[in-house]
Design a protein around this ligand. Structure first.
Ligand SMILES: N[C@@H](CCC(=O)N[C@@H](CS)C(=O)NCC(=O)O)C(=O)O
Length: 350
């Protein structure tokens, strides 16, 4: 029997690119990093990714794959680079795909014009205004919403603070030894975690029972949250304008769609949407959510439902139908039919 080929290890992230590219399931080791417990701050993980974020993909270097040498690895530390790497590493010509003979479509744009839309969209999804983590932690614009949010987020923030406090204490007591840079990084993360916790901790206290400082903290949190969510309106408007439909580049799936699907899944979840919602319902909930109490936010419905379904390779009930939907709804209807989407979100949107 031959030696096992060194594998890539993915420090956790849904597997949709893996599937869309036709990699074999056994080509990858999945390693769960529980960020809700602060596992991403452990020195061993920081050596792979000093920013302490997931995902990280650790890949064996091609030149060191031979059985008679020790393999060396490199760590790819953000989702944009990871999906690009996965796209380039498997093609119909490549001979590295040892365990799968599934098709290996290119998920990168084929023309310069497509490339511009593609890059613009991915950059928009990774811009501060679109940051899904910030929007998750700030998904409350009223005291009642804050109570519900705190019930859900507080345990995770408390665990993260405890993990950071423990690491700092162990370092102080010389049980572990890290650089001053790492110590300072932990300190910064602890302060940021505590800032949220201070607000979450008091979420159940009625405003009139809070002291001045605490009341000010809550007011500031709620207004920051309102502003953060208001900025999402521009992001949605731009996305809806830029995508050709139903996918970013028209009828062909690309990496931009994988970024968009994951991003939209999170935002639809935060807006109260579920797996059962079709595009029109899901995006409708998102429109209502970003519109806030004032409401009145709606994306233009300029895309033919029949055309969208035809381009996505779905059955068209009524080809003559003049029904229109917004592009993001058409995108959601197309992407939720894909096997990779169904696998990633089989237990619900997240
Ligand atoms: N730009 C990075 C951002 C990744 C990111 O922020 N990941 C979040 C989870 S979705 C994380 O690891 N947060 C941990 C932390 O900052 O404590 C990427 O796209 O990979």
């Amino acid at each position: 029997m031959s030696e096992p080929v060194p594998k890539a290890a993915l420090y956790y992230f849904p597997t949709s690119v893996w599937e869309e590219k036709g990699y074999g399931a056994d080509e990858l080791d999945l390693k769960l990093v529980d960020i809700s417990k602060g596992e991403n701050y452990a020195p061993s993980y920081l050596r792979l990714n000093p920013q302490a974020t997931v995902p990280t993909l650790v890949v064996p270097l091609q030149k060191t794959l031979a059985a008679d040498m020790e393999s060396r690895y490199k760590a790819i530390q953000d989702s944009k680079s990871i999906v690009e790497f996965l796209d380039k590493s498997r093609s119909t010509q490549s001979r590295t795909n040892t365990t799968s003979d599934a098709p290996a479509p290119s998920l990168s744009p084929a023309t310069i014009a497509f490339s511009a839309v593609f890059t613009k969209l991915i950059d928009l999804l990774h811009s501060p205004a679109a940051d899904p983590n910030a929007l998750t932690y700030m998904n409350a614009r009223t005291p009642a919403e804050l109570r519900a949010l705190a019930a859900y987020e507080r345990p995770k923030f408390a665990a993260r603070r405890a993990a950071l406090a423990q690491l700092l204490a162990d370092n102080e007591a010389a049980k572990i030894r890290v650089s001053e840079k790492t110590r300072a990084f932990w300190e910064v993360k602890k302060v940021a975690t505590e800032k949220f916790l201070d607000v979450y901790d008091e979420a159940d206290t009625p405003a009139e029972k809070l002291d001045d400082k605490a009341r000010e903290r809550r007011t500031l949190f709620l207004s920051d949250a309102s502003e953060a969510w208001a900025r999402v309106r521009d992001v949605l408007t731009q996305l809806n304008q830029e995508i050709i439909g139903p996918y970013t580049l028209g009828d062909q799936l690309s990496l931009a769609d994988l970024h968009l699907a994951a991003w939209l899944a999170r935002l639809i979840t935060l807006a109260g949407g579920t797996l059962a919602d079709d595009g029109t319902v899901a995006i409708g909930k998102l429109e209502a959510h970003v519109g806030g109490p004032g409401g009145g936010f709606a994306l233009v419905k300029d895309f033919s439902v029949a055309e969208a379904r035809r381009r996505a390779g779905l059955t068209v009930q009524d080809p003559e139908s003049r029904e229109r939907q917004n592009r993001l709804a058409a995108f959601w209807d197309a992407v939720r039919e894909r096997q990779s989407f169904k696998n990633v979100y089989k237990d619900g949107l997240h």
